[in-house]
Design a binder for this molecule. Structure first.
Ligand code: LER
Ligand code: MN
Length: 272
C-alpha cells in the first residue's frame, strides 16, 4: 500500500524552496502526525545536523517513519555536485552524500540524489559527466546497501539538470551500473514538464520507481493545480509501487494548509 509523507527542510538557503514545512522539525512532525501522515522526509544542511536532532524521540512520539533524507544541501550550501570537472570537488560531493546516507540509515531512510547529480557543460561533456555520475552511484549505492538502505536517484526537469530528465533516461542511466541498489524518484512536478504522459513515464520507470514526490502541476500541494491523479494512481498500481507518496511542494498558502490539502488529495487518490 502506498504511504503518505511530507517534507521538512531545515536548510536556511532553501527557505524559499518547495518544502512543506520549514525550520522546525518538532513542529513539522507534530503537524504531520495530527494530519495523519505516515512519515516525514528531511532536507538538512549536513549529516551532523541530522544526528544532532532528537529524531528517534520525535518519530516515536508521533508514530512517524523517516521516508527519506535529501542531499541537495551539498549543492545549495557548498556548490558541490557529482559531475564537477575537479576530481577533488567530486570526491567532496560524494563524501557529503555518504555522510547523509549514514545519517539516514539508522532510520531506514534512503538518501535522495537530486540536484547533487549536477550537469554536463562546456568543460565536462555529456558522456564524461554520465561516467562520473555512474561511478558515484555505484560507490554510494553499494555503501547504502552495506547499511541496509537503498539510494534514490531523481531525474529532474531540463532547467535543473541535463543528465536524465525522464524516467526512461533514468532507467538508461541505471542500466550499466554495477550496483543494483539505486532506485528512481518519480517527482510528478518534473514529470509534468518532461514526460509526454506522466502515467506512461511511470510505466517506463516500472520496477525501478522507488520513491514518489507527490505534488501538483504548479509545484503546490496536490489538489491546488491541474494534475490528473487518476491515471497516475492507476499506473502506480500497475507497476506494483508500494513506497511513499511524499509531498514536496511550496508552503502555499501556508505549511499547514499545504499539508492538509495534500493528505486530503492523497486519501481521495490512494484510499478511495
Ligand atoms: C529538486 O527540484 C527536487 O525535486 C528535489 O527533490 C531534489 O533534491
Ligand atoms: Mn523532487
Amino acid at each position: 500500500m502506498i504511504k503518505s509523507a511530507v517534507t521538512i527542510s531545515i536548510v536556511e538557503e532553501a527557505r524559499k524552496g518547495p518544502f512543506v514545512f520549514h525550520e522546525d522539525v518538532a513542529a513539522g512532525c507534530k503537524h504531520a502526525a495530527e494530519l495523519g501522515f505516515d512519515a516525514v522526509e528531511l532536507f538538512a544542511p549536513s549529516p551532523e545536523a541530522i544526528t544532532a536532532l532528537p529524531l528517534i524521540d520525535l518519530l516515536a512520539e508521533h508514530g512517524l517513519s523517516l521516508a527519506a533524507v535529501g542531499t541537495g544541501a551539498g549543492m545549495v550550501k557548498h556548490g558541490l555536485h557529482l559531475c564537477d570537472a575537479d576530481a577533488s570537488r567530486r570526491t567532496k560531493g560524494c563524501d557529503f552524500i555518504r555522510g547523509i546516507i549514514e545519517a539516514g540509515a539508522p532510520f531506514g531512510a534512503p538518501a535522495i540524489i537530486g540536484s547533487m547529480q549536477g550537469k554536463w557543460d562546456a568543460v565536462t561533456d555529456k558522456e564524461t559527466a554520465l561516467g562520473y555520475l555512474r561511478d558515484s552511484l555505484n560507490v554510494l549505492g553499494d555503501h547504502a546497501r552495506s547499511l541496509g538502505t537503498k539510494l534514490i536517484y531523481e531525474p529532474l526537469n531540463r532547467y535543473e539538470t541535463n543528465l536524465a530528465t525522464t524516467m526512461k533516461e533514468g532507467v538508461e542511466l541505471l542500466a550499466p551500473l554495477t550496483t543494483d541498489n539505486v532506485v528512481l524518484l518519480a517527482d510528478l512536478f518534473h514529470m509534468n514538464i518532461e514526460e509526454a504522459s506522466i502515467a506512461d513515464g511511470l510505466r517506463d520507470g516500472g520496477k525501478h520507481v522507488g520513491h514518489v514526490h507527490f505534488v501538483d502541476s504548479n509545484r503546490q500541494a496536490a489538489g491546488r493545480g491541474h494534475m490528473d491523479y487518476a491515471p497516475i494512481a492507476a499506473a502506480l498500481t500497475e507497476i506494483g509501487y508500494d513506497g511513499y507518496a511524499c509531498a514536496e511542494a511550496f508552503p502555499i498558502p501556508d505549511s499547514y494548509e499545504a499539508a492538509r490539502q495534500t493528505i486530503e488529495t492523497f486519501k481521495s487518490v490512494f484510499r478511495s
